[in-house]
Write a protein that binds this ligand. Sequence first.
Ligand code: NAI
Length: 701
Amino acid sequence: MGASYQVRGNVAVITLDNPPVNGLGYDTRREFSAGVERALADAAVAAIVITGAGKAFSGGADIKEFGSPKAVGEPNLLSLIRQLEGATKPVVAAVHSVCMGGGLELALGCHYRVAAPGANVALPEVKIGLIPGAGGTQRLPRVLGVETALNMIVSGEAVKSELLAAIPGQKLFDRIFSEDLLDAACGFAGETAAVHAAGQPLPLVRELKATHPNADAYFQFARNMVKGMAKNFPAPARCVDAVEAAVKRKFDDGMAYERELFTALMFTPECKALRHAFFGERAASKIPDVPEDTPQRTIRKVAVIGAGTMGGGISMNFLNAGIPVVILEMKQEALDRGVATIRKNYDNQVRKGKLKQDKLDARLALLSTTLDYADIADADMVIEAVFEEMGVKEKVFKKLDEVMKPGAILASNTSTLDVNKIAAFTKRPQDVVGTHFFSPANVMKLLEVVRGAKTAKDVLATVMALAKKIRKTAVVSGVCDGFIGNRMIEQYSRQAGFLLEEGCTPAQVDRAVEKFGFAMGPFRMGDLAGNDIGWAIRKRRYLEKPHMRYSKTADLLCEMGRYGQKTGAGWYDYQAGKREAMPSPVVVAMIDKHRAELGITPRRISDDEIVHRLVYSLVNEGAKILEDGIASKASDIDMVYLTGYGFPLHRGGPMCYADQQGLFNVVQTMKRFAANPHDDASFWQPAPLLATLAAESRSFT
Ligand code: NAI
């Protein structure tokens, strides 16, 4: 594995071969470099073609090596490119399928490039908080023009090879070949060899000029655009700086500047956060005791029980992925209502131009409904989304146990109930699993996969793979009250309540949290989700845990009938039909009165205190979740918060944020909070895991 070498006629073919996407890892780079040397030394070779085996030309850096010494071991990518540019025989890159990041930078070091149509070409480094670091920002503008190149570098998005080849005056691709790419590339390489045999110099991208007729104005415009789009991330603005250097500086100076920017970005918290999320997403799909080659069950048809808020959204995920769905309900009216909502959601997408009419028709054709369990018996998986009451779940699961074919996966979307108890209603607890979707289920990325005590490994493996198919970020959680996400949010909500009692207004708390980067503060979030939901949960939860102190303000709010947007009033006031949250004097008066009854004198609380009391309440509970084995790694917790709770991406999730602050500092701050007489001192008792890691100067991740 690495790179292979072959001679065809008078052309040497060097094939990158490092599955799955020919990442430019250490061994691959060494073998590639040796291949180039060998070709140059062989008098029978007149030209070189480089290409990639399998499904890619090259996806760029080998992510398995990220951060290891191998990643920078010589020959590094810059050295390889220098070797290619110095080659005395023409080198042709034959690009197909995927040509990204370092793969594209390598191709730009070749004398010529040819491509198959349909290849995805990109410099995606910005997505992990970086800029291209091996000349991409200097060479791409020289072949594609400044504007096209900058668009690609700032967005990181892939563009198809044939579209790029169609840009007038472009020099990225010398030819697009629809026939067998390697044959055509070898033919092309042979021709170039003949031309250069007469002594004509080999073309180098570095010798081209990157120009713009109105450079200063254009880069000013680009900077403004980027500032608006990427306010929490430094990398996009650095992309503009680097591309500007391609226009304004000599090539080698531009290269040095690119390296300087790249290195500085590498150490920013934003880049660390993005890389953490990038690897966290991949790591989440790996379950420590479920090997990757665990056999999976085949899922050809899915049944959903309940056509309410969640059932409808859940069904859409499968329809979107081309998997037939049958929805079962108790009454025809409920089915009609559910299907009408699904149709309305799709119609909206068509109206916004996000979905074509024929696609909508195809999706709806996969949907059927029934009132009869006999019609779902042959489904490979059934997801229950009925009322959140154990009695109702019991009836449904007993029925499913009776009717479903052997081997069918029986999933529950419960958000608070014990999945082990639900499994025990059946004689096949090994087939039962929790699939906790988030609302709106067709939009939210997060799926908590709740692993029961008896859930079979192949059930987990199947559900994780299925989650990928329906484009969810799946994170495995053990069974506990609230699973990972809601168990942590409970502490966050309690702390938000204490802040009100001590002197904050809901608007002040929300503003501080949103300034930190959360999509929404806790009170605006409550109004959106419905404050009555939390009310119902608290009634149950705090009956079971009477020692848990919490602020009664949220209960008082619900007693006023202020459930949130759906009742036109919650923590905030709302105008009919509008979502804009307006501070409510009535609510502020209610909080003031409650505070006075508690005998608390209000004090001014800083944004910094607000944010850290809320975020560290997540962190401390997160540490307990790790201790309890509910989550198997800290990055899983971060993925839950990034994809399901609007935690700011540039902070990397609560655990990553705590690591970046330093766990010693986190614990010190918590001790300070514990001394506050109006807070709950036991609340700020650091979780043993947190205390240990802090004492040993270690981190969660
Ligand atoms: P919903 O009240 O909107 O819908 C429930 C549907 O189930 C209703 O259409 C009802 O007719 C149907 N149903 C009730 N009993 C049934 C039975 N025995 N057989 C067939 N159909 C039956 O409720 P929602 O919000 O969709 O919640 C469903 C489940 O999803 C609950 O377990 C809830 O805790 C959970 N969940 C809800 C979230 C939310 O934000 N609404 C988020 C995550 C989970």
